[in-house]
Design a binder for this molecule. Structure first.
Ligand code: HEC
Length: 239
């Protein structure tokens, strides 16, 4: 009996190891009120992602307002197309070009932090899960989105990861084979900043709504006290 239990346990170990290394999501630890992080994320997005991906539901002007940037800062540092300040953020590339070059048009990322399982953690984990794979047209693969047609655009920062495979050929975990310009902790922050920015884009009013929520609760508490005082005042005459 004990032997059988141990055998089952041994069978489970690789399954668990694969779960944590392969498909499981990592906690992005984003802070929704961290404006500096979102500003860095916006700059990273414009530099590394906006060539292929649009944010069609977000206007440059709205981003400037929410992330406390001036129109000048945005137009000079964050706009690489000939778009106008009040326009939505379209990609430099057209969907048709994307399809021709990558076999699949890069999707709009306006809502990606909301509509993926695990919310923003999905994007965070995705950007950390690229590995070199010579069998793919781009030379890259991804453990979260197997067969992804997106190349690892941040590889110079992260370095090159190689897969460690189990006997059946499944990727068990990734190992940094060649370091990039950033340490692991720095790369985590880079990816967290991009994720924080995309999470903001997915719900631009979240910060304001929460700030307003505090005042609504305070009003309700204050109003309850007034109502209670009024009630005691009325009932004094009744008795
Ligand atoms: C060279 C073009 C290119 C660049 C640059 C690029 N991507 Fe992609 N991306 C793609 C393509 C193509 C896909 C579709 C992958 C697939 O489904 O196989 C994709 C998919 C994604 C997805 C999954 C979206 C979904 O709905 O499945 C996310 C998230 C993403 N990219 C984020 C980023 C971020 C963040 C950056 C910048 C750091 C970036 N991408 C830069 C081409 C690009």
């Amino acid at each position: 009996m004990i032997k059988r239990l141990m055998a089952i346990g041994l069978l489970l170990v690789p399954a668990l190891a694969f779960g944590s290394g392969g498909g499981a999501l990592q906690d992005s630890q984003i802070k929704e009120n961290d404006i500096a992080s979102m500003q860095r994320g916006a700059a990273l997005f414009m530099n590394y992602c906006s060539g292929c991906h649009s944010l069609g539901l977000q206007r440059y002007s709205r981003m400037a307002q929410d992330l406390e940037l001036t129109q000048e800062q945005v137009t000079q540092n964050l706009m690489f197309t000939d778009a106008k300040f009040g326009e939505p953020m379209h990609a430099a590339m057209t969907p048709a070009e994307g399809e021709k070059w990558f076999g699949k048009a890069p999707p709009d990322l306006s809502l990606v932090a909301r509509n993926k399982p695990g919310g923003p953690d999905w994007t965070y984990t995705f950007l950390k899960s690229f590995y070199a794979d010579a069998s793919r047209p781009s030379g890259w693969n991804n453990t979260l989105l197997v067969g992804a047609s997106m190349p690892h655009v941040l590889w110079e920062l992260q370095g090159v990861q190689h897969p460690l495979r189990d006997a059946a050929g499944h990727v068990e975990r990734l190992e940094l084979a060649a370091p990039g310009t950033q340490s692991a902790a720095e790369y985590d922050r880079t990816v967290r900043d991009i994720t924080n920015f995309l999470n903001y884009v997915g719900e631009p009013s979240a910060g304001k709504r929460r700030a307003l929520g505090v005042w609504v609760i305070l009003f309700l508490v204050g109003f309850s006290v007034l109502a209670w005082l009024l009630k005691t005042e009325y009932w004094r005459d009744v008795h």
